[in-house]
Ligand binder design. Structure first.
Ligand code: GTP
Ligand code: MG
Length: 362
């Protein structure tokens, strides 16, 4: 199961800087608007210290974290839907994403041009939301006449026409579909799925702030209020880029010097997982310790199916030890002896951090 997050924002707000830090890639990050004109996709491991512990216990040769795909696209400006700046065609590159991460500039730096001449998170959020809403309206205006025509002959299309018209009314009011409860993954959004509307996706907001703002709670509360109930993450993209170059110990030292205990990117990955209702379970052995992505509420056979569909079909049972119990007892044998290893059947609902070995017929 892969998780894709599309990064949007005005030009020059630090999207590519953040993306580079995420992927340690060297995508062109430059001090001029529109440095990015090709989409960039980066696969990022979700930081998970549990894998270090597991690989020690099991003597694993490698560690494989869960991953998130990030897509970096060119900045969009006010009027992008009418062709301003580079237009809005790049939004097509994030149509398939599971969530949208909006990067907002809060850092001041006079050397970095702001396309609208002033740093204003509130205005920028509005600009981007408006452009996403207009992009969705363009999509709808393109397909609606055809749908209406088809529905005269194919009566089963009438429900879709109704849903599209309802979506259009919401967007016409300047609201995102997400804020109206029409969210990708729910039944209300399912009938609109083929349109890949951007505002049905869950939104996350990353505020790219100055270092001193990282610990300024009053400032952060103010920004949080702009985007609630969506999640807000505060980081400094340049600092994140520096952290990516350092070894763990040096990175921790730098983080602590600015009052943080984990990199903003780790927070972003965790919040992304949470927003999308995902969690991870773990497998471990001499070959590898690995985190696997599943939906919250997934059953044991569904979890097995993420490794291989045959594992789901042939599922018999799962031996489950919670990560905490495994660490406390020190090994699988000890956990078994202490009665902490459970045999679970096909109705078992997985929990985050379950360490699992599946038994199956193939
Ligand atoms: N002071 C400061 N400068 C930053 C920060 N993040 C990015 N910058 C600078 O801002 C400029 C633009 O950064 P990019 O990451 O290329 O911006 P972008 O959002 O990808 O821009 P486009 O691709 O043009 O849409 C670069 O000169 C960065 O070094 C930050 O946190 N603080
Ligand atoms: Mg860029």
């Amino acid at each position: 199961m892969s998780l894709t997050i599309g990064i949007v924002g005005l030009p020059n707000v630090g999207k590519s800087t953040l993306f580079n830090a995420l992927t340690k890639n060297d995508v062109l990050a430059a001090n001029y608007p529109f440095a990015t004109i090709e989409p960039n996709v980066g696969v990022v491991g979700v930081p998970d210290p549990r894998l270090d512990t597991l690989s020690e216990i099991f003597g694993s040769a490698r560690k494989l974290p869960a991953t998130v795909d990030f897509v970096d696209i060119a900045g969009i400006v006010k009027g992008a839907s009418e062709g301003e700046g580079l237009g809005n065609k790049f939004l097509a590159n994030i149509r398939e994403s599971d969530a949208i991460c909006q990067v907002i500039r809060a850092f001041k730096d006079e050397n970095v041009v702001h396309v609208d001449g002033k740093v204003s998170p509130k205005d920028d959020i509005e600009t981007i939301n408006t452009e996403l809403i207009l992009a969705d309206l363009q999509t709808i205006e393109k397909v609606l006449p055809r749908l209406v025509k088809e529905s005269r002959i194919q009566k089963d299309k009438q429900a879709q026409v109704k849903a599209v018209e309802e979506a259009k009314a919401i967007l016409d009011e300047g609201r995102t579909l997400f804020s109206a409860g029409i969210v990708q993954g729910t039944e209300r959004a399912a009938v609109l799925h083929d349109l890949h509307l951007l505002t049905t996706k869950p939104f996350l907001y990353v505020f790219n702030v100055d270092e001193d703002e990282l610990t300024d709670d009053a400032f952060k509360d103010e920004q949080r209020a702009l985007v609630a109930p969506a999640e807000a993450i505060f980081l400094n993209a340049k600092l994140e880029a520096d952290l990516a170059e350092l070894d763990d110990e040096e990175a921790l030292e730098l983080l602590q010097s600015v009052g943080q205990d984990e990199p903003g990117l780790a927070t972003l990955a965790h919040v992304g997982f949470d927003t999308l209702g995902l969690q991870t379970y773990l497998t471990a052995g001499p070959k590898e310790s690995r985190a696997w992505t599943i939906k919250k509420g997934a059953t044991a056979p569904e979890a097995a199916g993420v490794i291989h569909t045959d594992f789901q079909k042939g599922f018999i049972k799962a031996e489950v030890i919670s990560f905490e119990d495994l660490v406390a007892t020190g090994s699988v044998a000890e956990a078994r002896a202490a009665g902490k290893a459970r045999m679970e059947g096909k109705d078992y609902v997985m929990r985050d951090g379950d360490v699992v070995e599946f038994r199956f017929n193939v």
